[in-house]
Design a protein around this ligand. Sequence first.
Ligand code: CMP
Length: 144
Amino acid sequence: MKNRTLAILKPDCTRKQLVGKVISHIQGAGFKILGLKMVRLNNESAKGFYEVHKERPFFNDLIKYMTSGPCVPIVLEKENAVEEFRRLIGATDPAKADEGTIRKLYAENIQENIVHGSDSDENAEKEIAHFFSRKELLEINGWK
Ligand code: CMP
């Protein structure tokens, strides 16, 4: 079944002028774009998005990084979108990511890892709602 996932091209991706290359990689893997925008997260929005990590030792650094420049959230559609997208981007730590994955190709380290991908269908829907209203998105199968 086709479903949706949320990608975020993170501030290291925009800073390194890699937005086009990463989107090209994503589209080349057969994902359809249902919505896309560029935003600068403020503290409140970044903390809300990463709420699940608020007790982790890296939380403050993560918020600093995610608010350090523009991000590009993208809603993607594909069969098994969540799982397929996580396979495409590779492990959180680029040193452990498979060859050919986006993080292996472009990421510096476990924090500055170029791109976010939702980790479950349920979280994907929550994360999509963090950035997009329904009116801003194509429906699934809306690309015909
Ligand atoms: P992401 O997939 O967006 O989920 C949480 C983010 O926290 C992760 O990518 C990294 O950008 C950042 N992060 C920093 N340090 C760690 C760590 N040790 N483990 C997991 N995520 C980390």
